[in-house]
Design a protein around this ligand. Structure first.
Ligand code: GAR
Length: 195
């Protein structure tokens, strides 16, 4: 798992034990984040590749990819990882990196998707889990679920409802990947995610 912050999606995976998969390591781009504490508490190794130590984005994301590869994962899950991976890192793990994003892509790409949805005035937003490709928040979509935007919502209340959905969808997607139920065919993902 790659994480940058609170790591509630990491926690959702840690709490969803399955005989079919396990989290083997956590890589963070920042030290002292809660995601690393959650990994430590679960007895899972966590490493920091501090983005502020690098001048060049590709060098930084190559180092992130090296750190992830050291865990020999089948898949890499971006869960609140707020950096953009370079092409080399993406090609190295082609169709083996997934991302969870707090909007119904292709609407509201980027790092402020929830605020953007509220400011735009949409009545429905949601969650997308997708494979990562070279373009930001663009790769083949695995699953999506809608979340209603209430008139009274601010970023925090909407994010809380979105996260409840994220914490259910992400383990379901990981389970489907572990069982080999998903296949990327061009822009589409074939197969289904069990609820
Ligand atoms: C999640 O809500 C995820 O959708 C979002 O960051 C949050 C991380 O939460 N990701 C993005 O905005 C990616 N552009 P977490 O650290 O508690 O899992």
């Amino acid at each position: 798992m790659l994480a940058s912050g609170s790591g509630t999606n990491l926690q959702a995976l840690l709490d969803d034990s399955s005989p079919d998969w396990s989290v083997v390591g956590v890589v963070s781009d920042r030290p002292h984040v809660q995601a690393l504490e959650r990994a430590l508490a679960a007895g899972i190794p966590g490493v920091v590749v501090d983005w502020s130590d690098f001048q060049d984005r590709d060098e930084f994301t190559d180092a992130i990819a090296d750190a992830a590869a050291a865990f020999e994962p089948n898949y890499i899950v971006l869960a609140g990882f707020m950096r953009i991976l370079g092409e080399a890192a993406i090609h190295r793990f082609r169709h083996r990196i997934i991302n969870i994003h707090p909007s119904l892509l292709p609407a509201f790409k980027g790092g402020r998707a929830i605020r953007d949805a509220i400011e735009y005035g949409v009545k429905t937003t949601g969650v997308t889990v997708h494979f990562v490709d070279e373009e930001l928040d663009h790769g083949p979509i695995i699953c999506q679920e809608a979340v209603e935007v209430m008139p009274s919502d601010d970023e925090a209340t909407l994010h809380a409802r979105i996260q409840r959905v994220e914490h259910r969808l992400l383990p379901a997607v990981v389970q489907s990947l572990a069982l080999g139920q998903l296949e990327v065919v061009g822009r589409k993902v074939e197969g289904r995610v069990s609820p």
